[in-house]
Write a protein that binds this ligand. Structure first.
Ligand code: UPG
Ligand code: MN
Length: 663
């Protein structure tokens, strides 16, 4: 109880010693009144420091609240995709928060470990001396110089044309120096003399292999850390955590981990604000707003995290990347949204709670039906950043940007390619009449596959037609072609001549079977596990067994009824007491042909069961057994086997006759 009290940031409680406290408060109040009396009666003449005197008076009257310290973490990873001139604009917008500067510390984590980013931050530490007082004096918003100066008409309304132009020129000169340095990739010796931190970089340092670098650019506790008006500046720290090739750096999470450790030694503030380097503050009161939650007397114990709404300033007309303002979490939108948002919205947002559940079926639907269109008859997505001009142009024209060889793109390209190949292949097979079935049976699959192909048109363009840098790299295209070829080579994806439901059904049967076997008692010869293993072998080698339940497909090589009888025979032939085995066949096709096949099998079983038991035949499906040419079969078995082979063929011929005949 006591511990949790001590950890609270803010609370009002009745305490002992109130009389002593009142006495102390009274003396402080008298002191304040005396100081104010002194200021009011000794006012200097104009031009002899009156302005400073009034300023002091204002400062003494202005009571700054007892606010907690705030550590602000900014992460950057690469000076080429995240330009340092923009990163420092982010940093400057955070340093200019409407919050007591001595309580603010801004940390920049540089996962690129780049001297260019360090240089940019050093420039920012100088520019901040002018930028922060400028923002505060004119109540500027937004406080990112890059964002502010990209809006042209703003200065008229502010009434500070001269100062505006002065600051703007300063900023633009700085940005040019930084961009030039980034372009050349190095820092001149002259600049390197200006801060001791530059000495950390030598010719051996690479972004993945370097010592830890921590440089305090502005030390808020130091007397020199003041802006041009003499007001304290926020603390500003550069950090590049140690990186070695043999240890994984864990991306942004790793950077945040190091930031927590480094900041705990330097400022150790109870509140942490985290911002990506490609964002900036668009509201100088954000920290105070968020503290309303953290310092709330009733709620603070329950609130550990406050997410500020995000605005996007570069959404294109059709919003092709689907950027939008969304805050979502693991809670069910229906339960938590009930009574708060409309039902339509609840339904719309529920997708964000369901993405994980949704992704497997989605992958399934974009791949398996299309694959089965060509293989069998029917069934009932480090972000790339906009950093160069061409890229920005493509973004405005709403041309999808790929460019990098990300594994995500391989998945997208493979799915797209697979679908177009399947559509073309499937349609040509249907036209050629290979499946021997009316064409409308394939309609749902063709429509689904066709819709996926239409949706993927930009992907085909990016893979095959585009020449710009944002196209899908040929390595990705090649990899996806490889995967598509694998899908066709690998018979495991879908056994030939098997519909999707067939294979799922076969899988289910296998599970049910092994489950049933594990429950059984009184095993005579083989162990239960061995039997379960064999039963699964059985089902997987004859996945076509359940074809009958769904589609009645008569192919010339494998009459299903023969397969059925073979499966029944193999199940009847388990090494298990025959009197304890009962085999049931459910025929959802309700066919006399199937019944006839079973009748044939029941007669054949009288010979088959003793035969396989005597000679330990495996597999015990006659169709499977005789489909393989057998060597090394014992001589005594050979003769009998030949005659069995003949009768199996007899049965097969009969069944085929009945299956193909007019019934
Ligand atoms: O090794 C790395 C990789 C990334 N970053 C930084 O992480 C941030 C986010 O990366 P980004 O590529 O911009 O990802 P986005 O998809 O734009 O960002 C969203 O997705 C990220 C990963 O899920 C979240 O961390 C972000 O907060 C969220 O805005 C950026 O500041 C990067 O500089 C690092 O510090 N180190
Ligand atoms: Mn980002």
């Amino acid at each position: 109880m006591e511990i949790s009290h001590r950890q609270r940031l803010f609370a009002t409680e009745k305490m002992g010693g109130r009389l002593a406290y009142r006495f102390q408060a009274a003396t402080v109040a008298v002191g304040i009144v005396l100081v104010l009396y002194y200021r009011a009666t000794r006012l200097p003449a104009a031009g002899e420091g009156r302005a400073a005197w009034v300023g002091m008076l204002a400062a003494e009257v202005w009571h700054e609240e007892n606010l907690p310290g705030v550590d602000i973490f900014v992460c950057t990873a690469d000076p080429h995709s995240e330009p340092p001139s923009l990163v420092i604009s982010t940093v400057l917008s955070l340093m200019a928060y409407n919050y007591p500067s001595e309580k603010l510390s801004v940390y920049l984590s540089d996962d690129g470990g780049s001297i260019l980013t360090f240089y940019a931050l050093w420039e920012a530490s100088m520019f901040a001396k002018k930028w922060i007082p400028f923002c505060k004096r004119y109540n500027i918003e937004p406080r990112s110089p890059a964002a502010l100066f990209s809006e042209s008409e703003r200065q008229q309304n502010l009434g500070c044309t001269k100062e505006w132009s002065f600051i703007k020129d300063l900023y633009e000169d700085m940005r040019e120096r930084i961009d030039t340095a980034v372009m050349s990739g190095k820092i001149t010796e002259e600049i390197k003399l200006k801060h001791k931190g530059f000495k950390e970089w030598n010719s051996e340092i690479t972004s993945n292999n370097h010592q830890p670098i921590v440089q305090i650019m502005i030390d808020g506790k130091s007397r020199n850390a003041v802006d041009d008006n003499g007001t304290t500046l926020p603390t500003l720290v550069y950090m590049a955590r140690e990186k070695r090739p043999q240890y994984h750096h864990n991306f942004k999470a790793g950077a945040l981990n190091s930031l927590i450790r480094v900041s705990s030694v330097i400022s150790d503030s109870p509140i942490i604000l985290n911002v990506d380097c490609d964002m900036y503050s668009n509201n100088c009161d954000t920290i105070r707003d968020a503290l309303c939650f953290f310092l709330d007397e009733e709620m603070e114990q329950n609130i550990g995290y406050v997410q500020c709404p995000q605005n996007y300033n570069n959404i294109t007309t059709n919003n092709i990347y689907g950027n939008s303002f969304l805050v979502f979490n693991e809670y069910c939108t229906f339960l938590y949204g009930h009574g708060k948002i409309k039902l339509q919205l609840q339904m719309g947002y529920s997708i964000y709670g369901l993405w994980a559940v949704n992704s497997l079926p989605t992958l399934y639907y974009v791949m398996v039906p299309s694959l089965s269109l060509v293989r069998a008859p029917p069934i009932p997505k480090v972000t790339t950043k906009v950093s160069d001009n061409d890229e920005a142009k493509r973004y405005e024209q709403e041309t999808l940007e790929f460019g990098s060889s990300s594994p995500e793109y391989v998945i997208i390209a493979t799915v797209a390619l697979l679908n177009i190949v399947c559509l073309v292949g499937g349609l040509s097979q249907i036209m050629a009449g290979i499946w021997n079935m009316p064409w409308n049976v394939f309609l749902p699959q063709v429509i689904l596959c066709g819709m996926i192909v239409i949706t993927n048109i930009p992907i085909y363009e990016a893979m095959l037609l585009r020449k710009d840098k944002g196209r899908i790299p040929s390595s990705v295209t090649l990899a996806s072609i490889g995967f598509v070829m694998l899908a066709f080579l690998n018979r495991l994806i879908l056994p030939n001549n098997t519909t999707i439901c067939d294979s799922l059904d076969a899988h289910k049967t296998r599970q049910e079977r092994s489950h049933g076997l594990n429950d059984s008692n009184g095993v005579e010869s083989d162990s239960v596990r061995e039997m379960a293993k064999r039963s699964s072998e059985l089902v997987s080698t004859s996945a076509a067994s359940s074809q009958l339940a769904l589609t009645r497909r008569m192919t010339h090589t494998q009459p299903p009824n023969l397969v059925i009888s073979s499966v029944l025979l193999s199940v009847m032939a388990y090494s298990y007491m025959s009197e304890k085995i009962s085999v049931y066949l459910s025929d959802d096709g309700c066919s006399i042909l199937t019944f006839y096949a079973i009748w044939e099998a029941s007669r054949f079983a009288k010979h088959w069961l003793p035969f396989h038991k005597r000679y330990k035949i495996e597999p015990r499906s006659p169709a499977a057994y005789f489909s393989k040419s057998r060597k090394g079969v014992t001589i005594c078995a050979a003769k009998k086997e030949r005659s069995f082979k003949c009768s199996t063929f007899d049965m097969a011929t009969d069944l085929r006759f009945w299956g193909a005949g007019p019934a």
